[in-house]
Design a protein around this ligand. Structure first.
Ligand SMILES: Cc1cc2nc3c(=O)[nH]c(=O)nc-3n(C[C@H](O)[C@H](O)[C@H](O)COP(=O)(O)OP(=O)(O)OC[C@H]3O[C@@H](n4cnc5c(N)ncnc54)[C@H](O)[C@@H]3O)c2cc1C
Ligand SMILES: *[C@@H]1O[C@H](CO)[C@@H](O)[C@H](O)[C@H]1NC(C)=O
Length: 398
């Protein structure tokens, strides 16, 4: 198969849930073949041992639904939007609301099965610790442990308006009861004036629907692979940043004033507070390097509606200038970025799939020093670069 591909100059695209923000799992500038893992989506849950085998093509919602079928108190530390594929999500790090307590989804992977370019099936044992967890794109089956999610309390603060159309929401997620939370909040964030009315107690699985903006719907909605949350606009450009120092008030005001631009009507900028276990997992434990030293991760989501797509350039331009505006306030050398918030603009404009120097530009942003180890693994396992796309790890062929 491999030889056939090469003879015809075809590239390969691998798709699990198809949610790549730059469409790299289903778009290419050259003739290509899609390996669609849609049918590889079994979910096997061992409640007693709190482990699961999940195939790459499952969506997070299928995984969550199968957990909820067996237990209402166990959870997997994954993301909120349930139509995201397990394969892309976990291999890119995997951030979710439980990350300060349980780390990324990738941190909870105990074993994995991979098929390499020669068709060999490898798992953690057969590939050895050096390679395990260092893959980015050859993952075909992923497993995960899941953690005890007791009771989840989800807080929602009513919008603080700072002008007629823009709003700031403080959304918090607490593993415990309202009684435990209120005194903590009073002590740590008295300025928010949180009251019992601001809090809603719910199970973890209910919180997934709630955060998705889904109300009064059966859990089966989690199985819908084409579900689109009403929270999201049909078109958007995503960018990310990591913040190491508090941003000055002037700096923040500049950002807020950009949000009053007409083009920013459907834009959402999310700040995710760091800390907790993220400070205690070393940068090189997995390829995902964004650990201690971060105050926030920012996700810039510049959205627009379908009827506005003819003006997409205006929105993209706004996203770029906002990103430029933020540069003094965020991480530098490298300006870190989150792999799962794929952004082709953080690399060179001139994409050469085999050029190591070009790849280091985005590679250091996504992986920091782990990039070198990824290149090392890639060189061992796929020296001819059979699996490649615009931002895949290049082998060193020198
Ligand atoms: C609405 C929405 C909400 C999101 N929310 C979050 C969030 O809360 N937290 C977060 O961390 N991310 C989030 N993301 C980002 C998401 O995690 C990434 O886009 C992720 O890569 C999507 O995985 P996928 O399997 O659906 O995508 P795909 O497009 O199928 O895959 C993404 C990439 O991984 C590769 N890939 C996928 N499966 C395999 C495999 N088995 N073997 C080899 N390569 C593979 C693909 O080739 C592609 O390059 C969100 C994205 C969207 C669209
Ligand atoms: C899945 O969700 C989409 C909307 O997001 C809807 O159009 C579709 O009908 C749903 N499919 C099923 C089987 O419910």
């Amino acid at each position: 198969m491999n030889r056939f591909w090469r003879k015809h100059g075809l590239q390969t695209r691998i798709r699990s849930g198809g949610h790549d923000y730059e469409g790299l799992s289903f778009v290419a500038r050259v003739p290509f073949v899609i390996i669609d893992l849609f049918n590889f989506r079994s979910v096997d849950i061992d409640i007693e041992n709190r482990v699961a085998w999940v195939q790459s093509g499952a969506i997070l919602g299928e995984f969550y639904y199968r957990i909820a079928e067996k237990s209402r108190t166990l959870a997997f530390p994954g993301g909120v939007f349930h139509s995201v594929g397990v394969g892309g999500y976990i291999s890119g790090g995997g951030f979710g609301l439980l990350f300060r307590k349980h780390g990324t989804a990738g941190d909870n992977v105990l074993d994995a099965q991979f098929i390499d370019v020669n068709g060999r099936i490898l798992d953690r044992k057969s590939m050895g610790e050096d390679l395990f967890g260092r893959f980015e794109e050859e993952a075909v089956v992923v497993s995960g442990s899941f953690s005890r999610g007791n009771c989840v309390l989800f807080l929602y603060r009513k919008p603080h308006e700072f002008n007629s159309r823009r709003e700031a929401n403080f959304i918090a997620f607490f593993l415990g009861t309202t009684d435990e939370l209120l005194p903590l909040m009073e002590q740590r964030f008295p300025e928010l004036g949180l009251t019992i009315q601001d809090c809603t107690e719910m199970s973890w699985i209910e919180s997934i629907l709630y955060n998705n903006g889904i109300q009064n719907q059966p859990l089966e909605i989690l199985l819908n692979r084409t579900y689109r949350s009403p929270i999201n606009t049909p078109y958007y450009k995503i960018k990310s940043d990591y913040v190491k120092e508090p941003i000055s008030e002037t700096g923040l005001n500049g950002l807020f004033s950009r949000l009053t631009d007409e083009v920013a009507t459907s834009t959402v900028i999310l700040f995710f507070a760091y800390g907790g276990i993220m400070n205690r997992i070393s940068e090189d434990a997995t390829p995902f390097p964004h650990r201690a030293g971060n105050l926030f991760k920012i996700c810039y989501n510049t959205g627009w509606q379908a009827e506005d797509n003819i003006n997409s350039q205006r929105y993209l331009e706004w996203a770029r200038t906002t990103y430029d505006y933020m540069s003094p306030f965020v991480s530098k050398s490298p300006r870190e970025a989150y792999l799962n918030y794929r952004d082709l603009e953080i690399g060179s404009n001139n994409i050469d799939y085999t050029d190591y120097d070009q790849a280091t530009i985005w590679g250091r942003k996504y992986f920091k020093h782990n990039f070198d180890r990824l290149v090392h693994v890639k060189t061992q396992i796929d020296p001819h670069n059979f699996f490649k796309h615009e931002q895949s790890i290049p082998p060193l062929n020198r």
